[in-house]
Design a protein around this ligand. Structure first.
Ligand code: ADP
Ligand code: MG
Length: 280
């Protein structure tokens, strides 16, 4: 692992303008990520996690509807200064994304082989045997019968298999950073664990960095090196995962940690958090 960070984010902020409405979705986001590190971004719905992650490669509406501030330095190159054509090369190839609901990200009318093949053709034109690479990428996510699955269509696969396919598609482009935006939220608990184990393994095997967006603080403890806690568009606390988990400084972080569901306990609802803070 090199000492120099792969990614340096400085003063990142996103503002939406729709008509007269101005929404500051995220503000003053700063962090560094080294190769092979996992950063977990936690915080309740609407806190600006997805928007901040999409801003890294300007995967947002164009100006003036959406204004992005700050610097996103990938190996020293500011992505926010690149043209749209250059950014298309960065997306997928250097920073790849997987989203919450694979059912809506996969195209229902094309086979799995076609969709992964397209991603490879677009981002890695140097690959000559695309079919072999498709199979290889399905093997990489531990799909048992890759040749059979490749010929299937999204609706023929379970949610867990669809998410594996999405990960395979992201990996087929061999990215340096994988942004996984709530990758397991739509899946049941046992499949969630399988997917997280898979991401863990891929990070070790490939030295890939992962930005994991989750509202499940439980996942963080096992998986992340760094944690960033977001609330209303701001980072309220960040640092090494162990430190944030064991010695949370901010009351909001303490509240989130108190909400981690534990076996044999009834889950405390996040909506009571405000009341808890008031009482404390
Ligand atoms: N395209 C958009 N136009 C206007 N506002 C948006 C858009 N996308 C997201 N937002 C707003 O930005 C804020 C942060 O959203 P988001 O990053 O999706 O939250 P999270 O991922 O933490 O749930 C929310 O207030 C949301 O309504
Ligand atoms: Mg989100």
């Amino acid at each position: 692992m090199s000492a120099e960070p792969l990614l340096k984010v400085r003063g990142l902020g996103v503002t939406f303008r729709t008509g007269d409405r101005v929404t500051v979705a995220s503000q003053d986001v700063n962090f560094e990520l080294k190769a092979g590190q996992v950063l977990a971004v936690v915080g309740e719905s609407g806190s600006g996690k997805s928007v901040s992650a999409m801003a890294l490669t300007r995967l947002l509406p164009p100006e003036p509807n959406c204004v992005i501030q700050g610097e996103v330095l990938l190996n020293g190159r500011d992505l926010l200064k690149l043209s749209e054509a250059e950014l298309t090369q960065v997306r997928g190839r250097e920073i790849a994304y997987i989203f919450q609901d694979p059912g809506t990200s996969l195209n229902p009318v094309y086979s799995i082989a076609y969709q992964i093949g397209e991603a490879i053709r677009l981002h890695r034109p140097e690959v000559t045997d695309v079919s072999a690479e498709v199979i290889h990428s399905l093997e990489a996510v531990h799909i048992k019968e890759p040749a059979r699955v490749a010929q299937q269509y999204p609706h023929e696969l379970s949610g867990g298999m669809q998410q594996r396919v999405m990960i395979a598609m992201a990996l087929a482009c061999n990215p340096k950073i994988l942004v996984a935006d709530e990758p397991t939220t739509a899946l049941d608990v046992t499949i969630q664990k399988e997917i997280m184990d898979l991401l863990s393994r891929l990070r070790v095997e490939r030295g890939m960095s992962i930005i994991l967006i989750t509202h499940n603080f439980g996942i963080v403890a096992h998986f992340a090196d760094l944690v960033q806690v977001m609330r209303s568009g701001h980072i309220v606390e960040q640092g090494p995962a162990e430190q944030v988990m064991n010695q949370p400084q901010h009351p909001y972080t303490k509240g989130l940690i108190a909400c981690i569901p534990r076996l044999g306990q009834r889950r405390r609802r996040l909506t009571t958090l405000k009341d808890e803070l008031k009482a404390s």
